[in-house]
Ligand binder design. Structure first.
Ligand SMILES: Nc1ncnc2c1ncn2[C@@H]1O[C@H](COP(=O)(O)OP(=O)(O)OP(=O)(O)O)[C@@H](O)[C@H]1O
Length: 264
């Protein structure tokens, strides 16, 4: 469904130095797949996701979704950010309905859809609150509802649970799994956590240190559906083995790139 071939991207820093973020990235994402992406800090994960979102133009290579080249943001894709990126002055209802408003959906219809999704993410009763009145976990529920409101086929998530506490993270993981199990969206999910990558993903893409490349794709053999028994999965030997394997690989990458001088 998503086909990425030979993708490259460099940035010019403020000091004029060139940072090669991605080099020759090849990746296929299947329809309805839940793909998790793991890699050392700064290896280009966010850059890759933003290229899929159409927010950044690559220097070279190809990317297509359902055979259509990506030329910019599109209605088929929605993004969830780590820092929630909500409109601070708008209510929960208006934040969730925002994308639909931008697309010209009428007020009654967009509010009905927004209320439905607010209920799906467990926030009924908070429609008139503003983001500043909500906890981090609640704000991210709004972020997820907002992304889902536009009925995307592809949900792009950039470390969405990185800024919430562990218990909230667990609840959000279970909710996301159950939403995905029902809707069968295609999800590309960036994380720093080996455990989260295994718990959620059908496959884990391991990226190498900068310049980011796909180093390995690891299939996750855990059964689905997973939303109802995340705790049980965590006690399974497959989960422990796979998390340990990923850490081993990541630790190797960090060791290879331990800089002689400090590298920002
Ligand atoms: N707009 C930009 N201008 C200059 N350099 C950039 C820009 N965006 C990203 N970079 C650089 O490109 C590299 C890859 O960045 P990116 O944010 O994609 O990595 P990441 O793997 O998502 O990092 P992290 O895991 O720390 O979030 C980094 O070295 C970063 O400093």
């Amino acid at each position: 469904m998503i086909e990425i071939r030979g993708l490259t991207k460099s940035f010019t820093g403020q000091d004029g130095g060139v940072v090669e973020a991605l080099r020759d990235v090849d990746l296929d994402v299947a329809e309805n797949e839940f793909l998790t992406v793991l890699g050392p800090s700064g290896c280009g994960k966010t850059t890759l996701l933003k290229i899929v979102a159409g927010l950044i133009t690559p220097d070279g290579g190809r990317i297509s979704i359902h055979g259509e080249p990506v030329r910019g943001p599109g209605e088929d894709r929605a993004m969830v950010f780590q820092n929630f990126a909500l409109l601070p002055w708008a209510t929960v209802l208006d934040n969730v309905a925002f994308g639909l408003k931008m697309r010209g959906t009428g007020k009654a219809e967009r509010e009905e859809r927004a209320r439905e999704l607010i209920a799906t993410v467990g926030l009924s009763g908070f429609e008139t609150k503003r983001p500043g009145e909500l906890s981090g976990g609640m704000q991210q529920r709004v972020g997820i509802a907002r992304a889902l409101a536009v009925r995307p086929r592809v949900l792009l998530m950039d470390e969405p649970f990185g800024a919430v506490d562990e218990q909230t993270r667990r609840l959000l993981q279970e909710e996301l799994l159950s939403i995905w199990e029902e809707s069968r969206l295609t999800v590309v999910f960036i994380t720093h956590s080996m455990e989260e990558a295994v718990l959620l993903g059908d496959r884990v893409v391991l990226m190498s240190a900068r310049p980011g490349q796909v180093s390995e794709i690891v299939p996750v053999p855990l059964e689905r559906p997973r939303s109802s028994d995340v705790g049980g999965l965590e006690r399974s030997p497959e989960y422990a083995e796979l998390s340990a394997y990923l850490w081993d690989r990541l630790r190797g990458m960090h060791a290879e790139h331990r800089p002689a001088k400090v590298d920002a």
